[in-house]
Design a protein around this ligand. Structure first.
Ligand SMILES: [Zn+2]
Length: 94
């Protein structure tokens, strides 16, 4: 078996043949409600208004742009070292 030339997407280090690679899937989905605190204080009617306002706004966005606006999906392959770093702080908070 020759060496694989697959590299870690994060540190760019090549994987050894016996090394475990980790797949990361990241989905970003737009939340139709603006602000959790606001959401808690809204009545059902107000919430309906918010939603239809949002839908009106979405209706005006071109379709190819829309996809990135409401939903994005990423897939990465990383090494064990990068996996540990990402697992410890997935949102990269400081
Ligand atoms: Zn790495």
């Amino acid at each position: 078996m020759g060496n694989l030339t697959v590299k870690c997407d994060r540190c760019k280090k090549g994987f050894k043949s016996d090394e475990i690679a980790w797949r990361i899937f990241l989905s970003l989905t737009a939340d139709p409600v603006l602000g959790v605190n606001e959401y808690a204080n809204l009545s059902a009617v107000q919430l309906d208004g918010r939603l239809s306002a949002l839908l009106d706004r979405i209706a005006m966005i071109p379709e190819d742009m829309l996809e990135d606006q409401v939903y994005q999906e990423f897939a990465f392959l990383v090494c064990s070292k990068c996996r540990a770093i990402l697992a410890a702080n997935p949102l990269q908070c400081r």
